[in-house]
Ligand binder design. Structure first.
Ligand code: ATP
Length: 144
């Protein structure tokens, strides 16, 4: 059997973060299945991403029907809707996904995601802000 590292990645939520993430994973040579509940988003990304499907990811049965249990990793890229993000992580945890990554918008959000089963929590806005601050400071030092 293939390890979770070798199997593909499911990306849930095709906002700015999720769509860039899915595109980068594809360019890095990974098999990607993208899921969004908004038919317009699905339509928009289906030309550029390999597999894009329309489903409400908070529904465990819908995820099961998509064959998500054959994937080793999932990333919940939903940001704005706390409820959708938490219920989606819960559904993935109940399906037994080996590696669940989730996006949090606050420390409290992160604690909830971890307690319902996320293995890794990321903060794209906070992390990017910090990285850009370092970039700016490094460039400033270049000119001293
Ligand atoms: P970004 O900052 O990445 O642009 P956002 O915070 O503006 O994201 P969100 O509301 O977090 O936008 O939604 C990101 C994507 O997740 C949207 O395309 C939305 O349709 C999708 N999404 C939200 N809830 C669900 C759900 N239950 N199932 C599947 N997709 C969902």
């Amino acid at each position: 059997a293939r390890s979770s590292e070798e199997r593909g990645v499911v990306v849930i939520g095709l906002g700015r973060f999720g769509s860039h993430l899915a595109g980068s994973l594809l360019r890095l040579g990974h098999e990607v299945m993208a899921v969004d509940r908004d038919p317009a988003r699905v339509e928009r990304w289906s030309a550029r991403l390999d597999r894009v499907v329309q489903a409400d990811a908070t529904e465990e049965d819908a995820l099961r029907q998509l064959g998500i249990t054959s994937f080793g990793r999932a990333v919940v890229a939903i940001g704005a809707s706390l409820e959708a993000s938490v219920f989606t992580v819960l559904a993935l945890a109940e399906l037994g996904l080996p590696q669940i990554w989730a996006r949090a918008t606050s420390r409290r959000h992160a604690r909830i995601l971890s307690s319902v089963g996320a293995h890794h929590v990321v903060f794209p806005e906070a992390e990017t802000g910090e990285r850009v601050a370092h970039l700016i400071v490094t460039r400033m030092l270049d000119f001293i």
